[in-house]
Write a protein that binds this ligand. Structure first.
Ligand SMILES: [Mn+2]
Length: 328
């Protein structure tokens, strides 16, 4: 899908507003956090009052991002605002209880949707949705150009970290010449690529690798699907947190036999979260949407209200049945 812009111009919505609330998705990743920070820096330079909010804590690995302490986590209620910007968010459920707890506000003020997910179904006042962008941060850079706001070093660091995270260091098929051009522009504006790569990838806590050890011991292969499990028990034993599973599914996806890689995680409250990755020939967003999940063709997620054992039976069974017909 090419870029779609609905009736109300995003630029006009932004310029007309004074107080802007930027909302990201649950289980925040590098793209949403970096894009929110970069965008808020743009807004403050346009003299807007800007608040960035998340329903979940910022994982410790992103603590190096300048301005990250200004993100408001788990607010009881969203404050008065003239415009809500939902960033890197495919549907209202992805912002968690921030949506359900503030329904009146979401109905009362204009909403601008900035996203690159192929499964975007968030009906909003205005939208910048470009599924050819490798990261939402690419859309923020384009918006900066449109608003004639020069890129400063602080937002360059946040936005480059976002691009590096969502492309796994420029390795995903979503990486384009435009991605590299934007990275060049951000480096020229003062962001150090080697420093960002060190911060993101060479600062792994011991507990995280201990957890990966437990998870990799559960690895299984069935007809092109490789999967592993992270139980609450393994998290407790290793002294890690559920955020420490970040990146693990990508390790499963490098296995030669894996057409699809899946990581099953026991979430608090008896639910199971599943991350899916494709070797490139299978659209995992389609597989995820069968279970009410979503994402990109190459990377998607599902959340099921059932035990990790039941979730494996359901999801692996479904993929095994589907694979022969959907493999390209
Ligand atoms: Mn993203």
């Amino acid at each position: 899908m090419e870029k779609t812009t609905q009736e109300v111009e995003p630029k006009q919505l932004i310029l007309q507003a004074r107080h802007i609330t930027v909302v990201g998705h649950v289980a925040p990743d590098g793209d949403v956090i970096g894009s929110m920070l970069g965008f808020c820096s743009v807004l403050s330079r346009l003299n807007k009052e800007c608040v960035a909010v998340l329903a979940d804590e910022v994982p410790a690995m992103f603590a190096f991002l300048p301005g990250v302490e200004r993100i408001v986590v788990k607010p009881k209620k969203l404050g008065p605002t003239d415009l809500i910007v939902v960033l890197d968010v495919g549907d209202p459920q992805r912002i968690g209880n921030l949506y359900s707890d503030n329904l009146d506000l979401f109905r009362a003020v204009p909403i601008l949707n900035i996203d690159h997910h192929s499964t975007n179904s968030f009906a909003t006042t205005s939208a910048i949705i470009d599924t050819t962008a490798a990261a939402s941060a690419e859309l923020i850079v384009a918006l900066m150009h449109e608003l004639s706001v020069p890129i400063d070093a602080v937002s360059a660091i946040c936005l480059l970290a976002a691009v590096v995270s969502d492309t796994q260091c420029f390795r995903t098929p979503s990486t384009t010449t435009r991605t590299l051009e934007i990275a060049t522009e951000l480096m020229s504006a003062g962001a150090s690529l080697p420093w960002i790569v060190d911060c993101l990838y060479k600062s792994q806590p011991f507990a995280k690798m201990a957890l990966w050890g437990h998870a990799l011991a559960t690895i299984r292969l069935s007809r092109g699907v490789v999967w592993a499990c992270v139980t609450r028990d393994a998290i407790a034993k290793s002294g890690a947190s559920i955020d420490d599973t970040d990146g693990l599914v990508d390790v499963l996806a490098v296995i030669k036999e894996a057409k699809v890689a899946a990581l099953f995680k026991e979430a608090p409250g008896g639910a199971t979260r599943i991350s899916l990755r494709s070797s490139g020939r299978v659209n995992v967003a389609e597989l995820a949407s069968y279970f009410g999940g979503g994402g990109h063709p190459g990377a998607a997620g599902i959340s099921l209200e059932c035990s990790i054992d039941e979730a494996q039976d359901l999801v692996i069974g479904h993929i095994n049945r589907q694979l022969p017909s959907i493999e390209q």
